[in-house]
Design a protein. Structure first.
Length: 282
């Protein structure tokens, strides 16, 4: 395995995040010329931190499916918008720039995010083609395109069902000015990438309406979307198993553990080679 840490600096602010690479080595024994898709992960944490529970344990699952993985530890408060968004854009460009060296398929980069990390991934998904982003990172909009969004209990709306703390951490003293602009259900277009979402109906931190609003906006704009809602389970479940439970034991929810397999099926439909073959080889 190739494991590196790449600094990614946001234009303008100079704030640096870190892109942790987990790339499967190319081997003469195993399809040596294959270019793999990449899951680019944005852990949650309310824009106040980036969660370990939503980083490496989940990355190992995607690696086992046959994907390269990169985890972006983006800048959080007191860093403000659009710092993390610019770092994510720089990460996408880095993966494409060094695609040949790392056996990456540059047309199959999927952004994955949990909670506030889901807001970051979705923010990119609705803004990748906008001139301000391309100008900031000195790229053409088509260079910033990604293949899909995989959102786990994402922060989406800044309205009545908002997780207000995430927006306050993201925006600081510009909260009143930018809050509505970053309510992402309002910014979905036909150019938003295909999206997989899951949430729990009883999430009392980031209400399920966040996923519902985004899903409805995707459908209204003709974007392929898949949504799974579980009737039980709290917020921030990650894999919902013993590996990712909190230190106090909270976070194991057997009913929700199927989301990773549902996501695997969705990823295969998005990134497959067209013959129905699983990336696991079985």
């Amino acid at each position: 395995m190739i494991h590196e840490c790449i600094p990614v600096t946001a234009p303008g602010s100079g704030e640096t995040g870190y892109l942790y690479l987990y790339f499967l080595e190319s081997s003469e024994e195993m399809r040596p010329r294959e270019k793999r898709p990449v899951i680019l992960m944005c852990p949650g944490g309310g824009y106040a931190m980036t969660s370990d529970r939503e980083a490496e344990p989940m990355a190992m699952q995607f690696l086992a499916m046959g994907y390269h993985v990169a985890i972006l530890r983006y800048s959080v408060a007191p860093a403000r918008y659009p710092t993390a968004l610019y770092q994510l854009a720089e990460s996408v460009l880095w993966l494409k720039r060094y695609a040949d060296r790392n056996h990456i398929d540059p047309d199959r980069i999927i952004l994955q995010g949990c909670s506030a990390g889901g807001h970051l991934a979705a923010s990119y998904g609705v803004a990748w083609q906008e001139p301000f982003l391309a100008k900031a990172v000195a790229a053409r909009p088509e260079q910033l395109r990604v293949a899909g969004l995989l959102l786990c209990y994402p922060v989406i709306t800044s309205g009545e069902k908002a997780h207000r703390e995430s927006f306050e951490n993201l925006l600081g003293d510009r909260y009143g000015e930018l809050r509505e602009e970053l309510s992402l259900e309002r910014r979905v277009t036909a150019q938003t990438p295909p999206t997989f979402l899951w949430h729990t109906a009883v999430d009392d931190t980031v209400p399920v309406e966040n996923s519902l609003y985004f899903f409805e906006a995707l459908l209204a704009n003709g974007v392929s979307a898949e949504l799974h809602i579980y009737p039980v389970g709290g917020h921030g479940l990650s894999l919902a198993n013993e590996e990712t439970c909190r230190s106090n034991g909270i976070g194991v929810q057997k009913e929700c553990q199927s989301w990773i397999r549902l996501a695997e099926t969705w990823l295969e439909s998005l990134c497959g080679d067209g013959d129905g073959r699983s990336r696991r080889g079985f």
